[in-house]
Design a protein around this ligand. Structure first.
Ligand SMILES: O=P(O)(O)OC[C@@H](O)[C@@H](O)c1c[nH]c2ccccc12
Length: 264
């Protein structure tokens, strides 16, 4: 159960960090500012199935619990510009600081540089974090079904949409897909990394794909390192792929995003 505990630890850590920020800026003050911020882009539309192209969600991630340090990334906005120039449909910015080395400042810096839809990638369990996401310029937030009770998932999903944000709802198994769909998820991400063992199970995407209804965006997450991986997920029915490590480690991320996105 190590991985489940890790997910809970990450979620509790992220919540404690948000509580500390809340002591500086009240919920009410943040809500007022967030609702006055730039209107988010509809990411479900931006990621809708395109027969000629696989949408690439390109991630900015410095480190991870499974791999440790990945890349220094002193200028996240510069990396984001490379991703955007390569045609990324969305950019995922890790804002979790304890194990992934990210921050909301990274998200703000990226927002100031690119017009591409942005995902706030974090361990979200509270409305305050959704307000922060919109305030920092995100268009989409990550909601991980494994760490949220069904009712909480529904509430947070509804509040995200109320704020104009889209939600990437992350699932690992059939029952989590049911919870996600019951919460009215429009964008489903199948994480093929097992969070208990950190092992990759790329076959899991194909196994779960048939449960994702037409019209709901299907995202294959994790473990994409080469063109063949994108081709495989595409053949299995992915509308989009979410790629972190391979892109932050690549010397030519723009070229790599373009190459991956050209898969039909
Ligand atoms: O670096 P990879 O193997 O390409 O994986 C990217 C992404 O899927 C991964 O970072 C991820 C998937 N779900 C998450 C939830 C939280 C933090 C990170 C993640």
């Amino acid at each position: 159960m190590k991985g489940v505990n890790l997910l809970l630890e990450l979620t509790e850590g992220a919540r404690a960090d948000a509580e500390a920020r809340r002591a500086e800026l009240s919920y009410e003050a943040l809500e007022e500012r967030a609702r006055a911020a730039r209107q988010p882009i509809d990411v479900a539309a931006a990621l809708a199935h395109d027969p000629g192209h696989t949408h690439v969600i390109a991630e900015i991630k410095r480190s991870s619990p499974s791999k440790g340090a990945l890349a220094e990334i002193t200028d996240p906005a510069a990396l984001a510009s490379e991703y955007a120039a390569g045609g990324a449909s969305c950019i995922s910015v890790l804002t979790e600081s304890r194990r992934f080395g990210g921050s909301l400042d990274d998200l703000r810096a990226v927002r100031a540089r690119v017009d591409v839809p942005l995902l706030r990638k974090d361990f979200i369990s509270d409305e305050y974090q959704l307000l922060e996401a919109r305030d920092a310029g995100a268009d989409m937030v990550l909601l991980i079904v494994a760490v949220l009770q069904p009712e909480r998932l529904r509430e947070l999903h509804a509040f995200a949409l109320d704020l104009g944000l889209s939600a990437l709802v992350e699932v690992h198994d059939p029952s989590e897909i049911e919870h996600a769909l019951a919460a009215d998820a429009r964008i489903l991400g199948v994480n093929t990394r097992d969070l208990k063992t950190f092992e990759m199970h790329p076959e899991r995407f194909a196994q779960l794909r048939s449960q994702i209804p037409a019209g709901v965006v299907a995202v294959a997450e994790s473990g994409v390192s080469q063109l063949a991986d994108v081709e495989r997920y595409r053949a299995d029915g992915a509308d989009a792929v979410l790629i972190g490590e391979a892109l932050v480690r690549d010397g030519e991320p723009q070229k790599r995003v373009r190459e991956f996105g050209a898969v039909r």
